[in-house]
Design a protein around this ligand. Structure first.
Ligand code: ADP
Ligand code: ADP
Length: 223
């Protein structure tokens, strides 16, 4: 009864199979790494899990619900329960919005915002990811790469998701900043117990953070 269950997933770009029969589970609260060389199909797998694309074949179940064929409104209702953090910390943020509004956005979208509970929740999320509350007033270009990625993580946590899909969340960051973000992710695992699919080509980082590591090569899992 896994939180995420992927079975025999196939994704094609034209005639080419970028993902070619991939099966794995992520249990509630479990952190699973997905590693492999550039171009092996990791991001494509993540995109299928997030329903950003439709696979040619196979099944993706979230808490028992089949996502590949799910209608738009049912998918929207499930969205708060699985969230994502992308590689480029700035690309995920709107350039003209203050940090506090970026973090509030998923709460507003999913009807979880109220004037009484919203602002303290944003302050709590900033604190959760190790950011000073004063940073809430800043715009994305006024943040360092590490700070921007922490905002992305706070935003992803806002709806209290059960699953996080992290696609190379540290790869665009300076090595000196990377360790801080990895430590934050481990701390979140310990304190919140969010199930996580952690995609990276950095095998050492993944070993450090994950309960279990899957290795991908040319569209297939090898180990
Ligand atoms: P990874 O995340 O492991 O680097 P990707 O999932 O991004 O790998 O890519 C898997 C394969 O699919 C690669 O050969 C890549 O060139 C190809 N690919 C990825 N996205 C597209 C796309 N939108 N159109 C065509 N081919 C793509
Ligand atoms: P504890 O049981 O150790 O007090 P909680 O589960 O209450 O831990 O969470 C600690 C803090 O994190 C609380 O302030 C809570 O509101 C917040 N929190 C809990 N779950 C999530 C989540 N999924 N995303 C973001 N924040 C959360």
């Amino acid at each position: 009864n896994a939180l995420l269950q992927v079975r025999d997933l196939v994704v094609r770009y034209g005639a080419r199979r970028a993902v070619d029969g991939v099966s794995f589970d992520v249990a509630a609260g479990e952190t699973v790494g997905l590693v492999g060389p550039s171009g092996c199909g990791k991001s494509t797998t993540a995109a299928a899990v997030l329903r950003l694309l439709r696979p040619a074949a196979g099944s993706v179940r979230f808490d028992g619900t089949e996502l590949t064929t799910l209608g738009a409104s049912a998918l929207r209702a499930l969205r708060p329960r699985f969230q994502t953090v992308f590689q480029d910390p700035y690309a995920a943020l709107s350039p003209r919005r203050r940090v506090r509004d970026q973090i509030a956005e998923p709460l507003r979208i999913h009807g979880l915002w109220s004037r009484a509970d919203g602002p303290p929740r944003v302050a709590e999320l900033l604190d959760r990811v190790g950011l000073d509350p004063a940073l809430g007033e800043r715009l994305p270009h006024e943040l360092s790469g590490g700070q921007a990625q922490r905002v992305g993580i706070a935003r992803a946590l806002a709806t209290r998701p059960e699953l996080l899909v992290l696609d190379e969340p540290t790869s665009a960051l300076d090595p000196s900043v990377r360790a801080g973000i990895l430590n934050l992710l481990m701390d979140l695992q310990d304190t919140l117990g969010v199930g996580t699919l952690f995609i990276s080509h950095d095998r050492a980082a993944v070993r450090h953070v994950c309960d279990r590591v899957l290795t991908m090569r040319e569209g297939r899992l090898t180990a």
